[in-house]
Write a protein that binds this ligand. Structure first.
Ligand code: NAD
Length: 420
């Protein structure tokens, strides 16, 4: 447990360090820094759950609102054994800058429960989700704070959150949460939004770097929601996805994995391990594969000072939040690797969450093509804005993205002023 806490503590340290770098580059004054750097609210909740055996187990839950300067707090809920308050604070902080980078009218929030969802029955998960929702209920709402899915949380879990909130208020309120099933006010395209956004930023990067996507090789670490969709789009657009992994292991085929079949295999067996026609390799070997594009799409701190020098990719697309540590950033920068930072790369998810919330509020729903074309426009605009800051200020892409996000939040904060 202690070892886990140390790793998670680092994620928040990383978030603060990245903020300081951006604030320094923007020459932000101390008053504005003081108002935007730290979370506005941190809520810790006890979540007692009656297990199928009849025993009651207590889980620890959190909801953090880092910022509501530009709009309601927005951010996912994670069910994972390593969830800590510092991890949630880090993720909430990144959400603030991310929403500002893609210029949607939201602040940043995040939630989580320290639990092992894979070891729980559906009934236990439902009871835990509903109890957690009632515990954070005073903080959430369509105009206050809007949760969404994250690691190991699903549209079904979002439906339970929506139902619990609505039953408490006495009428259906679909805008309280995004990532819902379509029949409950979910948006077409939300499920694949993050991976699709990752793909758009890879396309933009290839254009800037003069790399042909067609025929290039990609590796995806973390073949879940974000990773598998990005892999599928790369594969459909004539790139070869030569390596993929999940928490149980890694698979490799130098001629390219059959991604639609791998997606089916993962759905049927729960893992990529044992996929026919692929070779098993270690996680260290996966990161060191010869390829043009590496997509870390699992968890934080997977590319570190210890393994960064072994990365051979030309482009790293951070589908996950915080997969590259600051020390690894320095190594990769020195080696000329082009990094698409998380707060830009994976912002497609929150962008379509925003579209979902807009549709819920208007009770008017868009077709999938409309969602995709709006998403492409938002992602490509944000990419250009970040890339222009990189060129103008001669900084790396991460600092450029943080400068854009932090700068927009700082502007809003100055205009609103300090209450009272
Ligand atoms: P997911 O649960 O669908 O997938 C995560 C995948 O990572 C799973 O296949 C899991 O087995 C794998 N994994 C876990 N530990 C691993 C390890 N050590 N090595 C290799 N694989 C490992 O989750 P997701 O929604 O795809 O989220 C993945 C990342 O993307 C997270 O960092 C999340 O915060 C980020 N993200 C997701 C969204 C979204 O809309 N889903 C949006 C923005 C960012």
């Amino acid at each position: 447990m202690l070892a886990t806490l140390t790793v998670q503590d680092n994620a928040y340290e990383v978030a603060l360090e990245n903020f300081d770098l951006a604030a320094n580059a923007l020459d932000l004054d101390d008053s504005v820094r003081a108002m935007i750097k730290y979370p506005e609210r941190v809520l810790e909740v006890s979540v007692p759950v009656r297990m199928d055996t009849g025993k009651i187990v207590r889980y620890q839950g959190y909801r953090v609102q880092h910022s509501t300067k530009r709009g309601p707090a927005k951010g996912g809920i994670r069910f994972h054994p390593n969830v800590t308050v510092d991890e949630v604070k880090a993720l909430a902080t990144w959400m603030t800058w991310k929403c500002a980078v893609v210029n949607i009218p939201f602040g940043g929030g995040k939630g989580g429960i320290t639990c092992s969802p894979k070891e729980m029955s559906l009934g236990e998960l439902e009871r835990m989700t509903r109890r957690y929702t009632s515990a954070i209920l005073p903080l959430i709402g369509p105009q206050q704070d809007i949760p969404a899915p994250d690691v190991y949380t699903t549209p079904q879990i979002m439906a339970w959150i929506m139902d619990t909130y609505s039953m408490t208020k006495g009428y259906p309120i679909s805008g309280v949460v995004t990532g819902k099933p379509i029949c409950l006010g979910g948006s077409l395209g939300r499920n694949e939004a993050t991976g699709r956004g990752v793909y758009y930023t890879i396309v933009s990067s290839c254009e800037k770097l003069g790399i042909s996507l067609k025929g290039s090789r990609a590796v995806v670490q973390g073949f879940g929601n974000a990773g598998s969709v990005a892999a599928h789009l790369l594969d459909s657009n004539q790139a070869y996805v030569v390596g993929a992994s999940d928490s149980r292991g890694c698979v490799y085929n130098k001629l390219g994995l059959d991604i639609p079949k791998l997606m089916m295999f993962k759905e049927q067996t729960g893992t990529v391990v044992g996929f026919p026609g692929a070779e098993a390799i270690s996680p260290a070997e996966l990161l060191a594969l010869d390829c043009e594009i590496l997509v870390p799409a699992a968890l934080e701190n997977t590319i570190t000072a210890e393994n960064a020098h072994r990365v051979r990719a030309k482009i790293i697309a951070e589908a996950a939040n915080g997969p590259v540590t600051p020390a690894a950033d320095r190594v990769l920068n020195e080696r000329g690797v082009f990094l698409i930072p998380d707060i830009l790369c994976n912002a497609g998810g929150v962008t379509v969450s925003y579209f979902e919330w807009v549709q819920d509020e208007q009770h008017l729903f868009w077709d999938a093509q409309d969602v995709y074309s709006r998403l492409e426009r938002v992602m490509k605009t944000a990419f250009e804005e970040v890339y222009n800051i990189r060129q103008e200020h001669k900084v790396d892409m991460r600092l450029a993205a943080n400068m854009l996000g932090v700068g927009r939040v700082a502007d809003a904060t100055r205009l609103r002023g300090l209450y009272p």
